[in-house]
Structure formats: structure tokens, C-alpha cells
Design a protein around this ligand. Structure first.
Ligand code: P6P
Length: 329
């Protein structure tokens, strides 16, 4: 089904949409609905701060590095705190794994859900006013209710996600999510402070003409990737790379295209993180009719072994991802 743009039906707010589709959610007890609303609330708060970061002393780097050894931006930390607080106050989450924290953040042991989150991906783009995003995955815990969250609760395959999505802070702010029943996009209506349905049942074209990769790493790519990129040029495909995963993915999902972050000499296992970047977007992509692999296997089938493990990432239009995989031995 094509993207149905329903305009801005004030009546179809995210809250109402979730309520009307409550029975879509596994074990529809209202907990997952509340959790999605909690994420949307934090997204609205982050949106407000992202939109004025140049005016407040919250742009720029914080002068510390995160667990990945990457320069933390002030807004990274603000976003992390906001999401943790929203999920804690929402009372549906027992544990969180975040890009910004090395270990599991323990919340309420009597709750059923764990969340893996990149609070603000692409945050180095904030200072230059380029779109950035939040990426989240939601799982049901597998350890007994009432006890502490275990590593196994977080180290679940992507196939076990009960919901996943992203918030794109772009020319407009959108929340896009799936619970396994298609992908829906909601645009923030600032005058209402509400996310309203703007893209129902989003689908990704099977074929496209856009490829997104950092070609500055050309000399670090394996030969198959270089051969693939040469053929993209021969086929006169369009190169588009924002350097912000959510923005690159969102454009390619709507228009048709492929995003590639293969292994490189600097990142021999790829740069992107399986738990809170690759799995969430892979769930969205598959629900939209697209595809996501590590070059050899389905992202959602990869068994995680470490909270912050990385993976090579090929995601987007199904035919384009399959074609790219043919270049990799
Ligand atoms: P490079 C941002 O740091 C990020 O995680 C993604 O949002 C983005 O696609 C990628 O890394 C950019 O990485 O190595 O091309 O600068």
C-alpha cells in the first residue's frame, strides 16, 4: 500500500491512533501503549531543545567521551537524561541500554519491558543544523518479573522486538514506529504539541536510485564494496549521504535507496550498533517491505553478545540490498 498522506487530521493524534490500534499490541494490556506515549513525550522535549540549541549553551561537545570513545555532545547527554526520566516516570520499563551508558540502567523491577536506545544519533551534526534522530527498540523481558534485569533481557535477537522506531528532528519532526503491523509516521504539529498521523502504512519501494555511503573510506573498503560503488556510478545512481543515519534512512525508505556502512579498516566490525541502531531500523525496513543485512545475514537474526556490539549495515530497498550482497564474498 502506498504512503497515504492523510494531511494533518487533528483527530488522528498519536495517542488516539495507539488507543484505536491497542489490540495490535502483543499482550494488549495498555503497558506498551503507555511506553510509546512516554517515548513520544521525551521526543517532544528533545525537539524543543534541539530547535534552539544554537541559542542556549547546549550546543557543542561536552568535553567527555561516551562508552564508544566518541566525543559526547551536550545534547547527547541532555537527550539521554530526558529519555531515561520519561521512561522511568512512565513506569513501564525495567531496564534500558543506551549508547551513552556502558551498563544497563535499572529502573522498576516489576515492569515487563526493556528499551534499547540511541538518544540522539548524529549529534555531531547539531552545530551545523543538520537533521538528527532518536532510535529505539522495545523488548519484553525474559527474566522473571520482580527480579533485576539480566543481560539476557537486553541481548535478544532483533526478531524478538515488540516495537521499534525513530524520531527524526528534521525540517519537520516525525515519529515513525512499528509494532509488527506496518510502519506509521506521525508529524509533530507544533501549535498543538501533538504528533499527528501523516504517513499511514509507509512502504519502501523495492527498487531505487539512491545510494548512501561515506565514500571517503574508499581505501578502507573491501574490494567487493569498491566494485559495487563503481557499478553504482556506471549505472548513474544518485549519491546522497547526510552523515546522519535516521535522516539518510528515512529519505531512502520514502524514495527508494540503500544505506551502506560496511566494515572498514578503522571499524572492522562496522560502525553502527546492533542493539540500538541496526535492529530498530531493520524491523522498520522489513515492515515497510525493505531489507536489512550485515552483508551476509538478516540483521534481525544476529544473536547479540555484547551491549554495544557493532555490525556492518546494508539497509533499504530490497532489490538494492540483495544486489549489493552479491558483491560480497
Ligand atoms: P561516518 C553518526 O555518528 C552515525 O552513527 C550515523 O548517524 C551516520 O550515518 C554515521 O555515523 C556517519 O559515520 O563515519 O560516515 O562519519
Amino acid at each position: 500500500m502506498d504512503n497515504i498522506n492523510l494531511g494533518v487530521p487533528i483527530g488522528t493524534t498519536l495517542d488516539r491512533f495507539i488507543k484505536e490500534n491497542q489490540d495490535e499490541f502483543p499482550y494488549a494490556t495498555g503497558e506498551l501503549s503507555q511506553l510509546l506515549r512516554d517515548i513520544a513525550l521525551a521526543g517532544k522535549i528533545i525537539n524543543r531543545e534541539v530547535n534552539k540549541s544554537g541559542l542556549l549553551d547546549i550546543a557543542g561537545s561536552y568535553g567527555q567521551q561516551n562508552v564508544q570513545g566518541e566525543e559526547q555532545q551536550k545534547l547527547d547527554l541532555i537527550a539521554n537524561i530526558r529519555f531515561i526520566r520519561a521512561l522511568k516516570n512512565g513506569g513501564q520499563v525495567c531496564g534500558i541500554i543506551s549508547e551513552e551508558d556502558e551498563e544497563i540502567i535499572h529502573l522498576n523491577q516489576n515492569c515487563r519491558y526493556v528499551v534499547a536506545i540511541d538518544p540522539l544519533d548524529g549529534s555531531s551534526n547539531i552545530d551545523v543544523n543538520v537533521s538528527i534522530g532518536t532510535i529505539f527498540s522495545i523488548y519484553r523481558r525474559i527474566s522473571p518479573l520482580g527480579g533485576p534485569v539480566q543481560a539476557a533481557d537486553v541481548l535478544q535477537k532483533g526478531t524478538e522486538q515488540v516495537a521499534a522506531g525513530y524520531i527524526l528532528y528534521g525540517s519537520s519532526t516525525m515519529m515513525v514506529y512499528t509494532t509488527g503491523h506496518g510502519v506509521h509516521g506521525f508529524t509533530l504539529e507544533p501549535s498543538l504539541g501533538e504528533f499527528v498521523l501523516s504517513h499511514a502504512l509507509m512502504t519502501c519501494p523495492e527498487e531505487g536510485t539512491i545510494y548512501s555511503i561515506n565514500e571517503g573510506s574508499w581505501h578502507e573498503f573491501e574490494p567487493g564494496i569498491r566494485n559495487y560503488l563503481s557499478d553504482c556510478k556506471k549505472d548513474k545512481l544518485t549519491a546522497r549521504y547526510i552523515g546522519s543515519l535516521v535522516a539518510d534512512y528515512h529519505r531512502n525508505m520514502l524514495k527508494g535507496g540503500i544505506y551502506l556502512y560496511p566494515k572498514t579498516i578503522k571499524n572492522p566490525h562496522g560502525k553502527l550498533r546492533l542493539l540500538y541502531e541496526c535492529n530498530a531500523l531493520a524491523f522498520i525496513a522489513e515492515q515497510a517491505g525493505g531489507m536489512a543485512t550485515d552483508g551476509h545475514q538478516r540483521i534481525l537474526e544476529i544473536q547479540p553478545h555484547a551491549f554495544h556490539q557493532r555490525s556492518p549495515f546494508f539497509i533499504g530497498s530490497k532489490k538494492m540490498v540483495k544486489n549489493a550482497m552479491n558483491y560480497l564474498i
